[in-house]
Design a protein around this ligand. Structure first.
Ligand SMILES: *Cc1c(COP(=O)(O)O)cnc(C)c1O
Length: 356
């Protein structure tokens, strides 16, 4: 066994909701710990899945995901050849780590951020170098740039960042990219970009065209409500896309996934509704935290990161009242997925009651 694997602390996935619910003896449990879409999935996806020809089950899927590729290329104004698909962005994180890292390399992140970047760096025998965020939890680009050495092979930038929800401007991102050596990869994870006000102006999707070492990633798991189907993609420069295609398993996306994602792309009304409802409820939460004197990061995503003394006790209280929040990301901070307006009102009443 690889030495790096022997010392690994595993990623703990969410328990199935039904299991947790019966363990707690609850009638209703709302998971607000995984940043899932609380409004479900587009009904057009359900229709497309139902209409899928089951007689194709014995055939391998389209390894190029041709229809989905074309639809996304048109939507995002990138060349179809720049797109690489993965089984959720999780798999893309594995693929790029596997491709660009060797034992002894360094991976640079702004911390706190998504733990899988570090996990897969470790599996490849690379070392994670973390630069703390600024006081307002934005990226400290200056400190990050100071850590750039020839040993650093990858820099992860999650924008908006999980778990802080903070978003960096495209101007700042590009200014940072210009300081990174051409042989160091910059991976921009835009899993939550759809939720950002004026998202198109913030997205880095066009950067790989001008900076071959930049990669931009998207997923269908969040705003598109397709977490169960496991589909994500990345936009690479023409230099790296063919390399990634040779690392990718040839049939990683099954046909049902391709059909579901295509229908989801074609129903932008569903995404717009999700984004609008999330923005309204995000405002309610930010106002609530301000009124309660609770320190919270300014979020551009579908979750909010907030400080609470003995946060784990609050999380436990809320869990026993039917709401699960994400703990363990920073001492005395919790990450709350923004849910429906009804759940938000109930949860805010619970937090108020707990404080009294
Ligand atoms: C949820 C999430 C992903 C990946 O989700 P998939 O379901 O694997 O597509 C990637 N990056 C961040 C920051 C996330 O929060």
């Amino acid at each position: 066994m690889k030495e790096s694997i022997q010392k690994l602390t595993p990623y703990v996935p969410e328990k199935p909701l039904a299991t947790l619910k019966s363990e707690l003896g609850l009638d209703r449990l709302v998971r607000l710990s995984a940043n899932e879409n609380p409004y479900g999935t587009s009904p057009k996806v359900a229709l497309a899945v139902k209409n899928w020809d089951f007689n194709q089950s014995n055939r391998y899927p389209d390894g190029d995901a041709t229809a989905l590729r074309q639809a996304i290329a048109t939507q995002q104004q990138v060349d179809p050849a720049q797109l690489v698909f993965s089984v959720g962005l999780d798999e893309m994180i594995v693929m790029v780590s596997r491709t660009f890292l060797a034992p002894g390399d360094q991976v640079l992140v702004s911390a706190p951020t998504f733990s899988e970047y570090g996990l897969h760096a470790e599996i490849e025998g690379a070392r994670l170098v973390s630069v703390p965020t600024l006081a307002n939890d934005h990226v400290d680009f200056q400190a990050l740039a100071q850590k750039l050495t020839p040993a650093v092979k990858m820099v992860w930038l999650c924008n908006p960042n999980n778990p802080t929800g903070t978003v960096e401007t495209l101007v700042d991102l590009e200014a940072f990219v210009q300081q990174v050596p051409a042989e160091t990869m910059v991976l921009i994870d835009e899993a939550y970009l759809d939720f950002v006000p004026n998202a198109a102006a913030v997205s880095a999707l066009q950067l790989p065209r001008r900076y071959p070492n930049v990669v931009v990633m998207r997923t269908f798991s969040k705003a598109y409500g397709l977490a169960n189907f496991r589909v994500g993609y990345a936009v690479f420069s023409k230099r790296y896309a063919p390399i990634m295609q040779s690392v990718r398993l040839p049939y990683n996306l099954n046909s049902l996934t391709q059909v579901a994602a295509l229908a989801a792309v074609q129903d932008q009304a569903f995404v717009h509704q999700t984004v609008a409802k999330n923005a309204a409820e995000r405002d309610n939460w930010q106002q609530f935290f301000q009124a309660q004197g609770i320190q919270a990061d300014e979020s551009a995503a579908n979750f909010i990161f907030f400080h609470y003394p003995q946060a784990d006790q609050l999380a436990d209280y809320l869990l026993h009242h039917g709401y699960s929040l994400r703990t363990g990301l920073r001492p005395d901070w919790l990450r709350l997925t923004i849910g429906t307006a009804a759940d938000g009102a109930q949860l805010r009443a619970l937090i108020k009651a707990y404080a009294e």
